[in-house]
Write a protein that binds this ligand. Structure first.
Ligand SMILES: O=P(O)(O)OC[C@@]1(O)O[C@H](CO)[C@@H](O)[C@@H]1O
Length: 424
């Protein structure tokens, strides 16, 4: 792992010296593999799934070439108009992609990918989600319904156990990330691995989606339970990650919080446009609820309750241009900050949100989580399957043990964490 020295997301010197940002230049770095292996696989899938013409295909190939060996080209005017951050933040234009931090480079790649397929240009492809064929394939997977059968077993479970099962389902739903699956089979620890174990501790939770994983690297579920069960319910804001399986599990958790009175209302923060392959947009929420509504059993009933909650304003969707930018959450705009600061709880889902929450930098893994999220407002929880190099808030012994037993533990999707910073 090799990281690079850089300024923070605003290009200004931060109050304390930051760790170097993760980069994409070094073939040993995770980001290099994303640009040299994952992105070509993604472009192949897009061209199989969408009837793109020769110009769109040629532009996608040119973007691959540019981002692997060229210099960063500025966006076309209509692209810049849709992405204020890219119009403002011009510091990497004209520089070799290899000099750009991973977080910035990847976010900009997805913006330019949309430009290549005419997403921002008036015409037949304007606004079309290039990832829809991949998202649809997951949503129509016949196994999706039976994958929620564990929910029926929760009836009558002690409230804290039911809560834990739903949190773990939402957490492990983050493994089902279509971008990640392009090149990586998600693995779980095998026999003999010292990290092997059952995170769930007994029925009915043990039959849920968290049943066969490794122990959580950080497990603040109990603190989270105390937070939601002992304080007056407030608004819960979810900074969503992937559509499909992950979103389905997130919606089940939100239904639980609403029906148990542990949330007054829920706000789902979706992406304003297609991003990182499977990130959820408003139409993905709609499609997921439609699919869920056809399920027999509790998941189908949850879809009905959530639609009702949407109709009465207790389940709302929100979006912000900021969510499709590479800017860290500590530097979020004032309007978003004001909304999240008032929340009873903010749930940050997934790997990319974690990178933006703590900073995509080579922090010592034992840097306290509270310290890393000091600039982010409100009470918060990160539910993350590890799929990139950054990690904080972990005991040094855990890190040493994992480094010895499983060198790719930071990026192979086998590990997960629940980390909180909760305010009374
Ligand atoms: O945010 P998510 O969906 O959990 O993960 C996003 C992800 O697939 O994209 C990046 C590489 O492309 C990594 O940070 C991570 O593995």
């Amino acid at each position: 792992m090799k990281a690079m020295t850089s300024t923070n997301a605003n290009g200004t010197a931060p109050a304390h010296a930051p760790a170097p940002a993760h980069g994409i230049a070094d073939p040993g770095a995770y980001g290099w593999g994303v640009f040299h292996e994952r992105h070509p696989a993604l472009v192949r899938r897009l061209c199989e799934g969408n009837p793109y013409g020769p110009e769109q295909r040629a532009r996608l190939d040119a973007l691959l070439d540019e981002s692997r060996a060229g210099r960063v080209r500025p966006p076309a005017p209509e692209t810049a108009a849709a992405a204020p951050w890219a119009a403002r933040d011009r510091r990497y234009f004209g520089r070799p992609w290899s000099e750009v931090p991973f977080l910035w480079a990847e976010s900009y790649f997805y913006l330019r990918l949309l430009e290549c397929v005419d997403h921002f240009s008036p015409g037949p492809w304007q606004g079309v989600d290039p990832f829809a064929p991949m998202k649809n394939a997951e949503l129509t997977d016949p196994a999706l319904e039976s994958d929620t059968a564990w929910l029926d077993g929760l009836a009558g479970a002690p409230p804290d156990e039911a809560f834990r099962a739903l949190v773990l389902a939402s957490l492990y739903g983050n493994r089902a990330d279509l971008g990640f699956q392009l090149v990586q089979a998600v693995t779980t620890p095998t026999d003999g691995d010292p990290t092997d174990g059952d995170p769930t501790g007994g029925d009915p939770v043990a039959d849920g989606p968290g049943a066969s994983g490794a122990p959580l690297l950080a497990d603040d579920v109990e603190a989270l339970w105390k937070h939601v069960s002992r304080r007056p319910p407030g608004d819960v804001h979810v900074i969503l990650d992937n559509a499909g399986r992950e979103l389905l599990a997130d919606l089940l958790l939100m239904d639980h919080l609403l029906t148990t009175g542990r949330a007054t209302s829920v706000v789902l923060h979706v992406k304003p446009r297609p991003y990182y392959v499977s990130d959820a947009t408003a139409s993905d929420v709609r499609d997921c609820l439609t699919r869920m509504a056809a399920f027999r059993g509790e998941a189908g009933r949850a879809a009905g309750r959530l639609r009702e909650a949407a109709a009465t304003g207790r389940l709302r969707q929100a979006t912000h241009a900021f969510f499709c930018s590479p800017v860290e959450f500590a530097d979020m705009p004032a309007d978003l900050r004001a909304g999240l600061a008032q929340a009873g709880l903010c749930v940050y889902k997934g790997d990319l949100n974690y990178r933006r929450l703590v900073g995509d930098r080579a922090w010592p893994a034992d840097r306290p989580f509270d310290d890393a999220v000091a600039g982010v407002p409100g009470s918060l929880v990160a539910l993350r399957t590890l799929k990139s190099e950054v990690a904080v808030g972990l005991p040094k012994e855990t890190v040493d043990r994992l480094d010895a037993a499983r060198p790719d533990w930071r990026t192979d999707g086998s590990q997960a964490l629940v980390q909180t910073r909760l305010r009374p």
